[in-house]
Structure formats: C-alpha cells, structure tokens
Design a protein around this ligand. Sequence first.
Ligand code: PMT
Length: 222
Amino acid sequence: QRGDLLAGRQVLISAGPTFEDIDPVRFLGNRSSGRMGFAIAEAAAEAGASVTLVAGPVNLATPAGVQRIDVRSAREMHAAVLGAAQNCDVFIAAAAVGDFRPAEVALHKIKKRGDGGLSLELTQNPDILADVAALPRRPLLVGFAAETENVEAYARAKLERKRLDLIAANQVGSGLGFEVDDNSLTLISADATLRLPTAPKRELARQLIDVVAQRLRDRGTD
Ligand code: PMT
C-alpha cells in the first residue's frame, strides 16, 4: 500500500535554485526550476510521510499536505534546512545550491564606468549536506549530482566524499535535467547502482521514494 510506505516518517527536501544578490537588481542564479524536488515532496506525502520542503525561488504550487519554507539565498536555505533537520528521518537534497556568492552586496545598482569590465569577488557558501551529515542524530542522506560529463564517476566520488547513503545522479545540459519535465536518474549507493530511464520527474520521484523507504526499513533492522 503506497500510502503506508513512509507513514510516521519525517522527510526534509530541498528544491530549486538559490539566488545570490549582486546589487538591488541583479543576482547570480542557476536554471533549476524546482520541479524535481517538488515531485519528490509530492511522492513522499503520497507515501504517508510528514514532509517539509525548503524551496528556493521557484514558480510552483505547493504539493498537497506539504509544509513549505521559502528561501532565496544559499545561506537562507542552509539556516532553514538545519533548523528542520534535527528531527527528520531523511534529508533529500534536490536543490541546486549556489557554491559561491558575491563577497559584498552593493547597496546601489552598479553603474558602468567607461568601457572597462567588472570583476566580482566571490566567497564560498556553506555546504548544507555536509552540515546535516555532521548532526549528532544523522538522518538518511540522499544527495543529487548534476554533471555534464562522467556522471556516474563524479557521483560516486561525491557519495564517498560527502558520506551520503544514496546519490541520485543526473546528466544536465542540452535539454536534460534542469527546467524540463523529464529526467533520468542513476541511484548509487555503496553496494548498488540502479539506472532509472528517462521518465516524467513525478514518476522518477515515486521510484526514488520506494528506494528511500526500503533503506529506512533496512536501517531500522540493522
Ligand atoms: O529543479 P529542476 O529544474 O527540476 O532540475 C533538477 C536538478 C537538475 C536541479 C536536480 O535533479 C539536481 O541534480 N540537483 C542538484 C544539482 C546540483 O547543483 O548538484 P551539485 O553537484 O552542485 O551538489 C551536490 C549535492 O550537494 C546536491 O544534493 C546539492 O543539493 C548539495 N549541496 C551543494 C552545495 C551546497 N552548498 N550545499 C548542498 O547541500
């Protein structure tokens, strides 16, 4: 019965892009639409979980029964996720978090000066997954890896470096991954690789939730 798969479980999901302000009218962002993360939130709620969705700036309706927290920057997403992570059983990080932000946000719109260019100094953002992994009561951790080449090899390296339980790898670029309705995912853990062929994100989300539910059950019986 699908509705019982995650009954009694707390699921935390990050979705969408982050925007890092440069000045009052400009920002650094990326092409994530939030669709993958929102589909996972919907599938988790359908599976009976209590779902918190931390969403970057996206244009999507909140799935039924999901508690949504809206954020803009990576640092806001970090604070919202860490605030909700203490009691969760699983954290699924589907957001495309900006790795860098401008070192300073200009108070006024930056103006052109002559014909010269402009250099922006960037600072690194906090790593949300790494900080959730360091919590005393560590939830099951599911990361995403968006790559344009060597997808599985890079994803496996990320799984090990970030000490994740599972990583969902997807190829991005040329009409794949970001913004579109379909995706294909490879789910990689220490002991298994499962390739999910191209399908609507809602369908892939259900398959991912099935795998997560199984791993939570296994963990309970360890
Ligand atoms: O939103 P859509 O348009 O539907 O597109 C979906 C997607 C392509 C954005 C999604 O499927 C996806 O792959 N999301 C992760 C994209 C990504 O930026 O990955 P990454 O390789 O930069 O980061 C690896 C993992 O670390 C991710 O789980 C990310 O959420 C997490 N991370 C990264 C940086 C950071 N500072 N904190 C993090 O938690």
